[in-house]
Design a protein around this ligand. Sequence first.
Ligand code: C2E
Ligand code: CA
Ligand code: CA
Length: 306
Amino acid sequence: MYAAKSLGKNCVHIFDRGVLEKTARELQMETDLRRSVEESLITVSYQPVYSVATGMMEGLEALARWTHPVHGEISADEFIPLAEDAGLIVELGQQVLGKACCQVAAWNRQFHCRLTVSVNISGRQLSDRDFLRGVSDALLGSQLEPSLLKFEITESVLLNDHQLAVEALDRARALGIEVYLDDFGKGFSALNYLVEFPFDTIKIDKSFIRDVERDHRRATVMATIVQLAKSLDKKVVAEGVETLAQLKFITAIHCDYAQGFLLSKTLLPTEMTAVLTSNANGEECLCPSLLELVANLPGKWTQTVN
Ligand code: C2E
Ligand code: CA
Ligand code: CA
């Protein structure tokens, strides 16, 4: 029944052994995920976000990681939807928020910097009555300045019953937390969202960035979105930057921030500490691939980080 429902309305899915095996695996994974969340075993890795104007590392996106006891690392695209379906996302999200705030506040103290941290927040968290208390706990527990915390939400949060979500976002903004609209360009991406909802920054989806190289019409649309966002006083992050051509393009259209494998992969906390340590020692502070790029981007990108 669920397989048929996932195909849309009025569909039929014939039961076979494959369905049974898939369901059994999903059930087992759900049980295992529940245990990992209960034992607080979800970890957080960090992907740097760079200022396009200066080339300096401005902040980090916190990304949840789950290592399954038997199957090893499971992709977030697999276990996050599982956590949503199993009713675990509120607890999992709170753990990620708490860990990310503590870790980034500790790095800022240790390395005398002011890195921001973006945390992905699911719609279910926003409609949870205890969400804001959890946010306050994370800020108080870590002593992270609220202005260094960002929430990333996707437009799906706003599609249905968005009243609670908007209220929660308004209250978070009143605390000084900025709100990012994630994955812009992936779904319907109604321009209305940019006006109607309280976003400070939009993140253009990686599928959009990938296509700009092949399709000049996409490039035109993207340049126009950036202009529109700027005229509404919003910042723009380009994510999924994988090639030098893409970096040059987003530089040309004046995106504010860039994130992607070209600049840095997602790093374990230990790897991130090593990067920050080499910065503090006055060695190259940008990730190695970035140093090659700097040579190719006249004047724009510097080799220092604050
Ligand atoms: P997202 O929020 O769009 O996060 C960016 C994803 O793109 C990350 O995948 C990151 O590793 C990947 N990425 C970064 N640079 C590049 C690039 O240059 N090319 C490509 N192809 N990919 C790149 P990840 O970590 O597997 O996360 C997948 C999704 O899972 C996230 O997409 C987000 O929607 C969700 N997610 C991850 N952590 C959390 C969390 O703590 N809470 C919630 N609610 N969702 C999370
Ligand atoms: Ca995100
Ligand atoms: Ca995204």
